[in-house]
Write a protein that binds this ligand. Structure first.
Ligand code: DAT
Length: 175
């Protein structure tokens, strides 16, 4: 079997990374890597930030832990930040975007505290993750996709699948 691509799905919390990644993994046969879960399961952090109720990432430990799993390709990596990963890992970087009026209730229904909701809303409004992605990866591999509705999510999954099939066809026709 030939080499498979690695895809990063990033975006502000609540934009649909995990749901989209699960659906895309099922549609493509690639393996979903939920980085937040990995950080918790393997304690790749330096404890909890009580103010924001989130883990303080140990980036070196995380990258070491992921290096071997990324090497053979075939992963859909799901995380809310993207600048910490080596650029060489990814063939496609998807940044999910959600409108304010849709994102706010999603964050509220997660039971986030007001500070965490506000921080995430500001992150989305300021396009923090999109800018990070554009600074960290080649412009042509960064794709921004809207994730407001189930229809859009399904369309995004179809696009990822089509991209992957095209990528595989192109990589096997080279040399
Ligand atoms: P993330 O992994 O980015 O934090 P998620 O996949 O956990 O986001 O989704 C958060 C919630 O919002 C979850 O209840 C599913 C819902 N959701 C996400 N994307 C959606 C979309 N495009 N349309 C409708 N609901 C969506």
């Amino acid at each position: 079997m030939g080499y498979l691509p690695n895809i990063l799905i990033t975006g502000t919390p609540g934009t649909g990374k995990t749901t989209t990644s699960e659906m895309a993994a099922e549609a493509t046969g690639l393996t979903h890597v939920n980085v937040g879960d990995l950080v918790k399961a393997k304690s790749l952090h330096e404890g909890l930030d009580t103010e924001y109720d989130s883990y303080i990432l140990d980036e070196d430990k995380l990258i070491d832990e992921m290096e071997d799993m990324m090497r053979p390709g075939g992963k859909i990596v799901d995380f809310h930040t993207c600048e910490i990963f080596p650029e060489r890992w990814f063939d496609l970087v998807i940044v999910l975007r959600t409108d304010n009026g849709v994102l706010y209730p999603r964050l509220e229904s997660r039971g986030y505290n007001a500070k965490k909701i506000n921080e995430n809303m500001e992150c989305e409004i300021m396009q923090v993750v999109l800018e990070e992605a554009r600074e960290s990866y080649e412009e042509q591999i960064v794709i921004e996709l809207e994730s407001n509705s189930i229809d859009q999510m399904e369309e995004n999954v179809s696009r990822i699948k089509a991209w992957m099939e095209n990528w595989i066809a192109n990589s096997s026709s080279k040399k």
